[in-house]
Design a protein around this ligand. Sequence first.
Ligand code: PAF
Length: 281
Amino acid sequence: MTVVHTISDLQTALSALRQQGKVIGLVPTMGALHAGHASLVKRSVAENDVTVVSIFVNPTQFNDKNDLEKYPRTLEADCQLLEDCGATFAFAPSVAEMYPQPDTRRFSYAPLDTVMEGAFRPGHFNGVCQIVSKLFDAVQPDRAYFGEKDFQQLAIIRAMVKDLNYSLQIVGCPIVREADGLAMSSRNTRLSAEERKNALKISQTLFESRTFAATHSVADTCEFVEQSINNATGLRLEYFQLVDGNTLQPIQAWDDTTYAVGCITVFCGDVRLIDNIKYKE
Ligand code: PAF
């Protein structure tokens, strides 16, 4: 695997490969890679001739300076994991490389980006679209891989691809969980041993709510999740919303949609964790 730091080095290498007819997969990441990322990379390696994994902690998508500063950075270990997964290139640019000047572009995909993460993290998805579009332009991949843990992000990236006429396929990949059920996240490394125990209640609640939902209304299911998290030790619920998986708008009844997803954000200490579960698909 080759590690490159500049867009021009990456493009020189990729254009030679593209001329040979190689199919290119891109896995955008912010590093601190775990088994969830590895599953995206392995899928890209299986489906493409060349896999580029970007590692870039994107400042424009952080609306909390503290969160940006504390975001784990583990480039050496990341490169080892990517090598083991069979990636072709790790692309690890500097902030100046990706943003030689402030990005003044504004992306708006209302109502997809006005709810949930969009409401609680103003500007977050604008920053995501800025960096992901820059990565698409730099790499020009045939396919790009994103995890379903960031369910709303995936929907917004699909909308951006449609809006900007990118000719690439977006591949959504299932959430990877720890053996006990906690959704894998780079932020999990920031949990203390006690917080890690407390965090388990998030996925447990979601799994239990799916059983509960089979015999209860949407409103009762929301209340079930809210109460379970509010009564749990060391957790603070930011939101739980039951939405249509395509429009991301809240549903009132199960019959409102054929694709129902519950999206949750919980603070465990000062670590903000997200997860989601499908009730109907
Ligand atoms: O999901 C992430 O890790 C980031 O939002 C992404 C897609 C790499 C953009 O910075």
